[in-house]
Design a protein around this ligand. Structure first.
Ligand code: ZN
Length: 72
């Protein structure tokens, strides 16, 4: 896994502007655990792997503060 943005602690969700939950259309947020990052819907609580949102990686990278991101 690539590096994370400086100062982002595990368990501290970050909103993802413009990214919608496939299930309910609610707003998504990035949630970091110790070793991985998942996307969670702030409305219905559904969780998705980053790879489900590969087409919106530019937004995710920006939120994560990863420059550049070679692979997931
Ligand atoms: Zn949802």
């Amino acid at each position: 896994m690539a590096g994370f943005g400086i100062g982002w602690r595990p368990g501290e969700p970050r909103p993802l502007p413009g990214v919608k939950c496939p299930a309910c259309g609610g707003g998504m947020e990035l949630v970091r655990s110790c070793q991985s990052v998942t996307l969670r819907c702030s409305a219905c609580g559904a969780k998705y792997p980053l790879t489900d949102f590969i087409d919106q990686m530019d937004v995710i990278e920006e939120v994560l503060g990863i420059v550049p991101l070679d692979r997931i």
